[in-house]
Design a protein around this ligand. Structure first.
Ligand code: GAR
Length: 209
């Protein structure tokens, strides 16, 4: 069994492409003392992302890294790894980061990249997970915090939360209901890491108290 992180304050990077409400929730958990961590840096692949603006307002070092400026994904990720090293990042937190993570990042941070997905994996991987759930007609969906591996939304699962789907739901209502739970399970999962409680056993993550 491999311990993912020894007990101690986490040095996080947040990677975000959009509005950044998961970033908000993690930031607030740190401010309130619920999460033993520091956000060392925020990196976005979108110059106009709200997450980038919010990081600047919070005096968190914030970078826009333009994937279009690099010939290959490996070059983009090498640049990113340079920034992560510079800011002494230990755990990379994908918070609405809409891009597949490649080999360069995975080799630099094995078992140390965490993602949140708005469905109960392995159902409804990829984009528009809430729309996929509605179209399929499931009665329950939810959200998943998991480690990132080379697949899309396939890595070992840390925590999940179930959310009901109602007959009169539209995509916005379901998204909102799931998001409320995302904002709880992300910081809770990270706090378990900070407490040194999470171990990998095959493709399962087990908690040792
Ligand atoms: C969240 O719902 C997150 O689960 C999802 O993007 C949203 C980001 O919102 N992530 C994915 O779909 C990743 N495949 P936020 O920017 O407000 O945190």
């Amino acid at each position: 069994m491999i311990q993912i992180h020894p007990a101690g304050r986490l040095k996080l990077a947040i990677l975000a492409s959009g509005r950044g409400s998961n970033f908000d929730a993690i930031y607030q958990a740190i401010q309130d003392g619920r999460l033993n961590a520091d956000i060392q840096v925020l990196i976005s692949d979108k110059s106009q992302s709200m997450a980038l603006q919010k990081a600047r307002q919070r005096d968190i070092p914030a970078y826009f890294l333009d994937p279009g400026a690099f010939a290959r994904q490996t070059d983009y990720e090498k640049e990113m790894v340079g920034l992560l090293r510079k800011h002494q990042v230990e755990i990379v937190v994908l918070a609405g980061y809409m891009r597949l993570v490649g080999q360069v990042m995975l080799e630099e941070y094995p078992h140390r990249i965490v993602n949140i997905h708005p469905a109960l994996l392995p159902a409804f991987k990829g984009l528009h997970a809430q729309r996929q759930a509605l179209e399929y007609g499931v009665k329950f969906s939810g959200c998943t915090v998991h480690l990132v591996d080379e697949g899309m939304d396939t890595g070992p699962i840390i925590m999940q939360k179930v959310v009901p789907v109602y007959d009169d739901d539209d995509e916005d209502r379901l998204t909102e209901r799931i998001l409320e739970q995302e904002h709880q399970i992300y910081w809770q999962s990270l706090q378990m890491l900070a407490e040194g409680k999470l171990y990998i056993q095959g493709r399962r993550i087990v908690t040792k108290l």
